[in-house]
Design a protein around this ligand. Structure first.
Ligand code: SF4
Length: 331
């Protein structure tokens, strides 16, 4: 998967790092002083990730925990994200990582103890505080190699008011199956109808595999979150999503459904231009887009609201009157 692995001298002997090296016996290993001196220093086109990808392993410096944007996550709670990785092995056509960094090469930060120590500054035992992993990567795609979540489990068991979200488009749940389900760690899956997964979510787990992972985790009592986001318009979107909701709720124990988010495809302007450049024939670009007040490129508001309302209404029919749905970036 990786041609060269660059490892910061400082983290070379850490068990996390050694574990990563063990998984890539054929990769060339180079020791470096700082990831920042190399990663993204020379611009590398995003699509080179298809056949030339390097890995950097290092210690994240500076601010490790950041406030999540306003319209992020459930209401009446504080939301933060933490940075433990940059970039992703998958290739979704709408991914905002294209054009966000100067390179698609992956960085894995292994100073997890420091990340958890910084979390302590934000945890308030009287308030619900969420920490989201995977703002700049997929939280589970490489977790059998990075092996970090076991240590977060112990931490969150001791801080029941704090919540951890691990968000994925993988079905890589094996590393979680040895861990006990705890109510404040929520495994969230981004889902789209099968046609969209095939068309736009390259190299991710198939919809069938994601649904199987949901079923397995749910049966074991893990808390599950669902992101139907980004919704991409098609003439029969409602029928496609209806079928998807049926499949999902067949696989999910109701008491283990934590929350659902719904969001319509949107991009920062710069990323939209990257999508046009990287995927000029993509059906993603077939609809009319506008630049909205917040500078994001989106479908016109009436169209977005119609899609969201239709899907929310449909979802509520599966939820026995419980409103666990929030509209991501629209509320
Ligand atoms: S899984 Fe997420 S981070 Fe990875 S390519 Fe797809 S949208 Fe981007």
């Amino acid at each position: 998967m990786f041609q060269t692995i660059y490892i910061e001298h400082e983290v070379e002997s850490l068990p996390y790092t050694q574990n990563i090296i063990q998984h890539f016996k054929n990769a060339q290993i180079k020791t470096i002083d700082k990831v920042e001196d190399y990663w993204g220093r020379v611009k590398k086109p995003y699509l080179q990730k298809r056949d030339n990808l390097n890995l950097y392993v290092g210690r994240k410096k500076g601010q490790l925990i950041k406030k999540a944007p306003d319209a992020y996550g459930t209401k009446n709670a504080e939301h933060y994200y933490f940075i433990h990785a940059y970039n992703c092995i998958y290739e979704c056509e709408y991914c905002y990582l294209q054009g966000y960094f100067h390179t698609p090469d992956i960085v894995l930060y292994v100073n997890h103890e420091e990340i958890r120590n910084e979390m302590l500054q934000f945890i308030d035992e009287d308030k619900e505080v969420w920490f989201h992993a995977g703002e700049f990567s997929d939280s589970l795609a490489l977790s059998h190699i990075t092996n970090e979540w076991r240590d977060y489990w112990l931490f969150f068991q001791n801080h029941p008011k704090a919540k951890l979200e691990l968000r994925t488009k993988s079905s890589n749940i094996k590393p979680l199956l040895d861990l006990p389900p705890i109510s404040n760690i929520i495994i969230t899956f981004s889902l789209s109808p099968e046609q969209e997964v095939k068309k736009f979510d390259h190299k991710t787990a198939s919809l069938k595999a994601r649904l199987k992972a949901i079923q397995e985790l749910s049966q074991r009592g893990f808390q599950i979150g669902l992101h139907f986001d980004p919704v991409i318009y098609s003439e029969d979107y409602l029928a496609r999503y209806r079928l998807l909701f049926q499949d999902v709720f067949q696989n999910l124990e109701e008491e283990n459904l934590n929350y659902i988010s719904l969001g319509v495809v949107r991009f920062p302007e710069k990323i939209y231009h990257q999508v046009q450049k990287n995927y000029p024939q993509s059906q993603l670009l077939a609809q009319e887009f506008i630049v909205s007040k917040d500078g994001k490129v989106r479908y016109p508001k009436p169209m977005r609201m119609k899609i969201l309302n239709d899907l929310k209404k449909e979802l509520l029919t599966f939820l026995n009157g419980q409103n666990k749905v929030y509209l991501c970036m629209e509320d």
